[in-house]
Design a protein around this ligand. Sequence first.
Ligand SMILES: [Zn+2]
Length: 423
Amino acid sequence: MTTTERIFARIDNRRDELVALARDLVRVPTVNPPGDAYAACAELIGRRLAARGFQVEYPRAEGTPGDSAGHPRVNVVARIEGAAPGRCVHFNGHIDVVEAGSGWTVDPFAGTVRDGRLYGRGACDMKGGLAAAIVAVEAILEQAERWPGALEISGTVDEESGGFGGVAWLAERGYFSPPRVDHVIIPEPLNVDRVCLGHRGVWWAELELRGRVAHGSMPFLGVSAIRGMGAFLAAVEEELYPKLDARRTRMPVEPPGARVSTLNYNSLHGGLAENYSGLPSPLVAEACRLVLDRRFLLEENLDDVKREIVDLVKRVVRDRPGLSWSIRDLMTFHPTMTEETAPVVRALDAAIERVLGRRPSHIASPGTYDQKHIARIGRLHDCVAYGPGILELAHQPDEFVVIDDMVASAKVMAAAALSLLGA
Ligand SMILES: [Zn+2]
């Protein structure tokens, strides 16, 4: 048997242990916000890896959004050195999950196993993937002799809220840069036979229009911010949406409907506060606020993305005396995409073909994930997402991961890591 075959056999033998690890991770309710039980989850991973010879650290991102004594942003980073110097392969998984929400038919934090699936919040996104990566690395340690380089596993926080207390904070401190790390695989749920090269960019902003209050029976004495916003929305419908729909990207975004620029309105509010009691008062709306979610492409430039919105706002305001505007950035992430010829992509492609017997597809994600921080802050571009979960199940009620997919992805990750290490 070759080393790789021995590792595959080892992973098959440890199927139940892999399920138990994923179940144990699901049972720690790391709900974000507010960021519950991060330390407990980090320690569950860290204790296990320390017992297998890893050097384990628990870096806490003090002072990042949400960090407090009650909700410390505790990450775990574990590293083990091989027999000779060489390259480092890092597996990064976020340990936070979104709230369970309603519609569940099983306990979201019990880790129920049924019909070849593990159910629970985070089973798919992405504790199943993280457990598969851990078991893959452990199988390498048990079955490969004298491998060169280093292997790292991290469990990081706050991915669901932008990653500021997790990967971004660690990347700022050199955890995701050469020479410490050379290749990164993020086992996000993107389906077991697909390699995700990157993601679109995002610009969130709040547009506020301000007019002048007046009595609702004499609206001509005021300036309605809501009517101003209506004019802006009409201009977007007529002019901007057709342009965005026509702007196609070379990024292989899945689903294909997201291979264009998109704009969503996250919220719109004008006039009287929504939670008044009794009857509303007759007022011309003084203010109206719109939260925009603009997803942009590798081929677009953030300044241009902002300018085309601002130009429309300016034109609407110019035609309406007494109306003023302001726009506030809420969050910005640039698009990122690893080249298809990068070592990590080739290693995963070959491993997927070997394990699953089918050709992998290359995709990009419509939304962002922690790869942006590794590329932008860590300046490490040999990074992709690959993991066992089914993308469409992420954040849904009755989220699950298929156990066969966890096992297959553990083999893929082990074979890819071995080839990247040159073992
Ligand atoms: Zn995720």
